[in-house]
Design a protein around this ligand. Sequence first.
Ligand code: HEM
Length: 161
Amino acid sequence: MGEEMNDNTINTNGAANNMGDVNHTAEQTADSDVKYYTLEEIKAHNMSKDTWIIIHDKVYNVTSFLEEHPGGEEVLVEQAGADATESFEDVGHSTDAREMLIQYYVGELHMDDRKKDGAKEAFITTSGDGSSSWTTWLIPAVAAVVVGIMYRYYMLEHKSS
Ligand code: HEM
């Protein structure tokens, strides 16, 4: 659950997104044709000779980067043709790494293939938190009742002997 929340925060404020957007917007206004790729199209680039990955709904062709990747070629090929956002974020890549993304940018993930947006996930997370705060008082309350009962029994036994 912590991870989900973390992911949301990154989606909203993520340096990669913001930096990417700024740079890509400049490119886009120049020739104003952003390419949108469906998951189906991206999936075709799933081999070491031709490796595309998705990070935060942006599509990157990392074929030429495979051998340079400090984390190794294998991890990238494993994610080839798929969404690597979670693994990319799990590693906690540096700002330098995020800036490097720009040079491999080829387009955007098609709207229909994007996961439901952060707002909905945030809602689920929030309602999840609500139920966990409900359990946070219930558990100590039950524990207190049990301890109370045990104490009474102890006192009763202690009195009679
Ligand atoms: C185009 C996308 C990517 C770029 C530009 C990139 C770049 C980098 C860079 C520059 C580093 C050195 C450490 C740092 O500066 O953070 C690094 C390390 C690493 N990366 Fe990536 N990376 C990418 C994608 C991924 C993905 C998708 C994964 C996981 C599946 C991954 C796993 C790792 C690992 C395991 C390390 C080594 C961390 C360590 O040894 O401490 N990377 N990456």
